[in-house]
Design a protein around this ligand. Structure first.
Ligand SMILES: [Zn+2]
Length: 311
């Protein structure tokens, strides 16, 4: 049973929104690329688990936890009746070297990167302490999964908690051989406790600074993210990729992007009109906002917030 789905990391959402609107430095482009790649790797692993895991389990996809002022992230956590398995997923590509003597990890032969085992061990220690703090004494095992089929690791020693791309199917077989017992309320209580501790509003750190004024305005393409959009009737058309989208849904997406990038700003028809590059009339924006949002204050400074759903 899935206790928590994976959603696109906020940092990646922000980068995606900024990419067509701001001249990113090469360093920012690199960060954007690596966050995107990491997320794609996690989705690949999710798909394998969703298709192949047969044993009764509870799964939590993406957890951000804190123990004693130390924040740590867990990509995938699976509660089996007899053990908690968690996975750090790495979407590294190309040749990598492990230097056993120095316990160091290199891309190619000379570019040192953080040894993923260290990251995983840190998470394991903190997670164990966190579980103990809440009264749970359970078996815990962390594994680093290298998900990319084009990843190679030289000098790999099998005593490491690594799963290489060719070992993913054997990993699934191993997980499916875990003695079958029932998930009990105790397991559910561990899962729900971890979910309650998940830090939803952790501040994003790696994104560049930006202001409303400096960002390029316009509607971005739903498919290719470019701002090469023109309007005809009810549709937006992209001259880059030929994509087509209803104006209404493009405006609503633009509002979401605006809210993501400017959390403290109020959504007004004038602001969204400007944000969409002046392509959609204020009147049309107002209609779309009125249909989908709740309006506050009725004068010309009216602003809109998501409708609160009544039960
Ligand atoms: Zn496009």
């Amino acid at each position: 049973m899935e206790l928590k789905k994976r959603t696109m990391p906020k940092e990646l959402q922000i980068f995606n929104s900024l990419a067509p609107r701001l001249e990113l430095t090469s360093r920012d482009k690199q960060t954007h690329h690596s966050i995107k790649k990491g997320y794609e790797g996690e989705l690949m692993f999710d798909q394998i688990l969703d298709n192949q895991l047969q044993r009764e389990h509870l799964i939590i996809k993406d957890l951000l936890l804190n123990y004693d002022s130390n924040t740590f992230q867990i990509d995938t956590l699976i509660i089996f009746p007899s053990i908690i398995e968690f996975f750090e997923v790495k979407n590294f590509e190309g040749e990598h070297h492990y230097d056993k003597k120095r316990d160091k990890f290199y891309k190619n032969t000379d570019f040192e990167i953080q040894n993923p085992e260290h990251q995983m061990s840190r998470a394991e220690t903190l997670l164990r302490k966190l579980l103990n703090q809440h009264g749970y004494q359970v078996g815990l095992r962390g594994t680093v999964v290298f998900i990319n089929p084009e990843f190679t690791l030289y000098n790999y020693t099998p005593d490491k908690p690594f799963v290489l791309p060719t070992q993913i199917n054997p990993l699934m077989r191993k997980l499916n051989q875990i003695p079958s017992r029932k998930i009990t309320n105790q397991h559910k209580s561990i899962g729900n406790k971890l979910l309650s501790l998940h830090e939803k509003d952790y501040p994003v750190k790696k994104v560049p600074e930006y202001t409303f004024r400096e960002l390029k305005k316009g509607i971005n393409c739903y498919h290719c993210n470019s701002l090469s959009i023109s309007l005809r009737g009810h549709y937006c058309y992209c001259s880059e990729c030929g994509g087509k989208e209803l104006v209404k849904s493009a405006v609503l997406r633009s509002v979401q992007d605006f809210k993501l990038l400017f959390q403290k700003e109020k959504v007004t028809k004038a602001k969204i009109h400007e944000w969409c590059g002046g392509m959609v009339t204020e009147q049309r924006i107002m209609r779309i906002l009125a249909q989908n949002f709740q309006m506050f204050s009725k004068n010309r400074w009216a602003y809109y917030e998501p409708k609160t759903t009544s039960k």
